[in-house]
Design a protein around this ligand. Structure first.
Ligand code: MOS
Length: 759
């Protein structure tokens, strides 16, 4: 059922600077590692220097005698930690989380084997260095070849089981792709390789653990305070009432902070054993080893089409590496079944186990790597057909989601494509490689579409109206840096019709009513219905007070004869409105509050609509073959993500994602060394990311069609979609300029040295 639409919004939909901006730029925002306590100790982990094998001996004798050292923990003395069965709400993404130091097996390079705790950070670091660990080493498996071609025989019924791959699955199937491919006029069979990528938020993972004799308070940098509380309470063996997780500000996370990692439990265990607060901030090298990464992924895409460019079959097969510990699946095919109209389709996946840390969600998990492959294949097919890539997409626009047979709740991809083409000047593109010149440079123009799922998590929120005329909204979600504080202030202000400046937003504390993870681009859509309900309840309580309290100007009225409008109470028949703060003052009350909840629809077994956001990227590169110099010059992105609550924060999300896409396409890759199995470029000098000098001219256009099936405001999410499809758009622009066809990322200078269009 569609939510009641918001008519003529005054605050939602307006560009507003961040309400938490002043706190951040003046340094008053407290990030996790900013928290200090009297007597606080510092913990530094000891990391394994092999990627496969067993611990034979841990010698802590020297380390224990060093100055300031309080304890060296390891498997023998860490105390009891428990395995966890994780679920938050109806969503269970990690089946099993093992505690640190559970056994003596080393499964990946950098795995924590001990923890040094001392009075200062330097003393703890020196002690960690002095712990001597001897290993029985075995050859690690960090093989890059994942064997995606072995998925070819996997079927829903009667298929074969691929060797050396785990959990083979048919994700989606319709029609019969093999015969359609065999008899098609034009076919493409291409395999695409994406390297492992590491999340590199500025803020390192950090936990400050405080034990009070019965319970914990953890200042933890997390994208999900509620889930962190639930997981860590189980792991530490305390009731969840005795675990409080606080995360007021984050220096981003990109998905790496969605789930707690082993260092969180180590900090808490040490604080409890020593009965003193313990701070553990992991170093940049550990960021590459122990806290997730986007896995290495191999994808094979087979397309067939008629001479006119109508798709007749699509097969998308993908394998991602995962760790020895977890069955992390990168759902690259999530967007494939609904993206285009095609009668015959199969999407198949499997895992390949390697000696690497456990992979995890990274901005746009699934769709981002998936669309690199499928949108690249569409661009290659367009070239084979000698057809414009925008036209190829328009020719295959579906009427419904052909994967689920559901109608789309709102889909405007066609308009994204046509608007983008028009604003970019796409009609001037000449298709031949190297054929466009400007100011002595070769130009390359490329494009791609994108999509991202739109759902809601469950949420409970509280709204309080106060006697000073302000209101507070609170829920246990958090602001990863995307603008959740600001968006919540706008939503609440819109509902109460009072200025944004009068709203206090309280987030980042698991003791608040349970709110959503900052993940899946779903936080905004999830909080709206709960906040609307909570504000409505608060207003209702206020009317009750206005009708009853002896000092109230409306005393003696019936509550249902009163209305809350524009922050004021007034009689329904008309007359002067009285601001809610005045009513509360007259009633001698500090405030009234209301709580509201909404269910999520994330795992709705019977959805009525297919809900996704859509978009299109148009990219211009400049190319100087004489010096092999490639620049991404401008990117224009059109996004259809429902109503945009704050276009300023929204634009910032898309721009940031496009810049991340520049890094994904040209620079980022985590390199595992054969022999040691170590991610060897585990620092910000050797792991190259896009910097300011790499940023192109950025244009973002929002179509702004409210999707009222999702919530009252029609807002979907915008955190991730900007990274989807961008790599395919950039690599198609590179091909157009240089003739080099990138089927593996990143595209390096060495790749371009061999580019065909050298003149
Ligand atoms: Mo995002 S990868 O859901 O933080």
């Amino acid at each position: 059922m569609a939510a009641e639409p918001l008519t003529s919004p005054k605050i939602v939909g307006k560009a507003r600077p961040r309400v938490d901006g002043p706190l951040k730029v003046t340094g008053r925002a407290m990030y996790s590692s900013d928290h200090h306590f009297p007597g606080m100790l510092y913990a530094v982990p000891v990391s394994a220097t092999i990627a496969n094998g067993k611990i034979e001996k841990i010698d802590t004798a020297t380390a224990e005698k060093m100055p300031g050292v309080r304890a060296i923990y390891h498997q023998g003395n860490i105390g009891k930690l428990f395995r966890v069965s994780v679920s938050f709400g109806d969503l269970s993404m990690i089946d099993e989380t093992r505690p640190p130091f559970e056994d003596d097996v080393i499964r990946y390079y950098g795995q924590y084997v001990a923890l040094a705790v001392a009075d200062t950070f330097e003393q703890a670091g020196a002690a960690a260095d002095a712990v001597k660990v001897t290993y029985r080493r075995e050859e690690p498996n960090v093989e890059r070849e994942l064997g995606v071609e072995r998925l070819a025989g996997v079927r829903k019924k009667g298929g074969s089981k691929p060797e050396h791959l785990e959990s083979p699955k048919v994700q989606s199937e319709r029609g019969d792709p093999e015969p359609a491919f065999e008899k098609a006029a034009v076919t493409l069979d291409a395999t695409y390789l994406l390297p492992a990528e590491t999340h590199n938020p500025i803020e390192l993972h950090a936990t400050v653990a405080v034990w009070d004799g019965t319970g914990f308070t953890l200042y933890d940098t997390t994208q999900a305070v509620v889930n962190a509380r639930n997981v860590l309470a189980q792991m530490l063996g305390v009731p969840k009432e005795n675990m409080r997780v606080i995360s007021k500000f984050l220096g981003s996370g990109f998905g790496g902070k969605l789930w707690p990692w082993t260092h969180c439990a180590l900090a808490a265990a040490a604080a409890r054993q020593l009965n003193l607060p313990v701070k553990l901030v992991i170093n940049r090298r550990s960021m590459f080893q122990c806290v997730g990464h986007r896995p290495l992924i191999q994808q094979r895409v087979r397309l067939s089409a008629t001479q006119e460019g109508k798709l007749t079959s699509l097969r998308h097969e993908y394998v991602n590496h995962t760790s020895m510990l977890d069955d992390y699946e990168e759902s690259c095919g999530e967007g494939t079944p609904h993206m285009y109209s095609v009668p015959n389709l199969r999407v198949t996946s499997a895992l390949a186990r390697r000696n690497v840390g456990t992979p995890t969600s990274m901005r746009g998990p699934g769709a981002v790597p998936g669309l690199y492959a499928t949108e690249s294949a569409m661009n290659e097919l367009a070239d084979l057909l000698k057809m414009d890539p925008v036209q190829l997409r328009l020719a295959n626009e579906p009427e419904i989601d052909e994967g689920t047979k559901l109608p789309f709740s709102s889909r405007h991809l066609r308009e994204c494509l046509t608007t983008g083409a028009e604003k970019f000047g796409w009609a001037r593109r000449t298709p031949a490689v190297g054929s466009m010149k400007q100011d002595g440079l070769t130009l390359g123009w490329g494009m791609a579409s994108c999509t991202w799922i739109a759902k809601r998590f469950g949420c409970t929120a509280r709204v309080e109206l106060r006697d000073d005329g302000t209101a507070a909204v609170s829920t246990a979600t958090q602001d990863i840096g995307t603008g959740t504080y600001t968006v919540l202030a706008q939503i609440t202000a819109e509902k109460l019709q009072i200025p944004v400046e009068k709203i206090e937003v309280i987030l980042g504390d698991s003791n608040l009513p349970e709110g959503p993870v900052s993940g899946g681009s779903m936080a905004t859509a999830s909080v709206i219905p709960a906040v609307m309900a909570a504000a409505g309840k608060a207003a209702e309580s206020l009317l009750g007070v206005a009708a009853k309290a002896p000092g109230s100007p409306f005393a003696g009225s019936k509550p249902d004869g009163l209305a809350f409008q524009d922050g004021k109470v007034q009689a329904k028949g008309g007359g002067e409105g009285v601001p809610f703060g005045e009513i509360l003052k007259k009633a001698k009350m500090r405030g009234v509050s209301g709580q509201g909840s909404s269910d999520g629809n994330f795992l709705d077994p019977k959805p009525q609509f297919s809900s996704h956001s859509f978009g299109a990227h148009f990219v211009e590169v400049t190319w100087q073959p004489e010096t092999v110099r490639l620049r991404i010059n401008r990117v224009l992105t059109v996004i259809d993500a429902g109503r945009i609550v704050n276009p300023l924060a929204g634009r910032n999300q898309i721009e940031g994602a496009v810049v991340m896409g520049v890094g994904m396409t040209l620079f980022e890759q985590t390199q595992y060394e054969h022999g040691t199995g170590a991610p060897i470029n585990s620092n910000l000098a050797d792991y190259i990311m896009a910097v300011n000098a790499d940023v192109p001219k950025l244009d973002v256009i929002f179509l702004d069609y409210p999707d009222l099936h999702l919530n009252e405001f029609g807002a979907r999410g915008i955190g991730e979609i900007g990274l989807a499809g961008i790599s395919a758009a950039i690599t198609s622009a590179i091909h157009h300029a240089t003739g080099f066809r990138a089927r593996k990322l990143p595209v390096t200078i060495e790749d371009l040295l061999g580019a065909p269009a050298q003149a």
